[in-house]
Design a protein around this ligand. Structure first.
Ligand code: 5GP
Length: 206
């Protein structure tokens, strides 16, 4: 059985990174798709762990070779999901989390309608601004671009199947994990295992 493709989006500063890290470290059978990006590496980030940091030239050649399941220009840089990485994970029966922006999310939903989609919302715009400002990872210009873009991003919440409000980290992590685990229990995803059980109900055994 293939793993689930799990799309997670939120505006920048919505806190999805932290929630995803906690879910990954506490849930079996789930991997993370490391994206490619042209944005500069932040302090504390590692190439190949947080992203594959590449030049615009390398990114463009990856587009040409069809390596991206989806890609988009987000807050002034390119970001793309590796098709080969995702396919390897789901074919191995592992779920895979795509932490991508709303444009990428809509593209994956179109290409893979079976994907599970989750939108993470901050409790308010003020909290989002506070988180982004305290994080201090962006230039002033990029920070205001991210805040401006958040309006269009939250407006797309209704295109997602699930919503998690990130007002409390522990609660939001539990909710995210619950969605992922419940999706695995969908009856259709258990057909093979159920078939074996039903086959054991052989009337001649009575
Ligand atoms: P950041 O620069 O803060 O790491 O990410 C900026 C935005 O790009 C976030 O919304 C993040 O989810 C999104 N993003 C990261 N990787 C990808 C990707 O592969 N594809 C798309 N479409 N968005 C991505």
């Amino acid at each position: 059985m293939k793993g689930n493709l799990i799309i997670i989006s939120s505006p920048s500063g919505g806190g999805k990174g932290t929630l995803i890290k906690e879910v990954l470290s506490s849930t079996a059978g789930i991997g993370y798709s490391v994206s490619y990006t042209t944005r500069p590496m932040r302090e504390g980030e590692a190439d190949g762990r947080d992203y594959f940091f590449v030049t615009a030239g390398v990114f463009e050649s990856l587009i040409e070779t069809g390596e991206f399941l989806e890609y988009a220009s987000v807050h002034g840089n390119y970001y793309g999901t590796s098709r080969s990485q995702v396919e390897r994970e789901i074919n191995d029966g592992r779920d895979v989390i795509l932490e991508i922006d709303v444009q990428g999310a809509l593209n994956v939903m179109r290409a893979a309608p079976e994907a599970v989609s989750i939108f993470i919302l901050p409790p308010s715009f003020e909290v989002l601004r506070e988180r982004l400002t305290t994080r201090a990872t962006e230039t002033a210009e990029n920070l205001s671009l991210r805040l401006k873009n958040s309006f269009g991003e939250v407006a797309l919440f209704d295109r997602f199947q699930y919503a998690v409000i990130n007002d409390d980290r522990t609660k939001a992590t539990d909710e995210l994990r619950t969605i992922i685990l419940a999706e695995r229990l969908k009856r259709d995803r258990q057909t093979e295992a159920i078939r074996v059980i039903l086959d054991s109900f052989d009337i001649s055994k009575l």
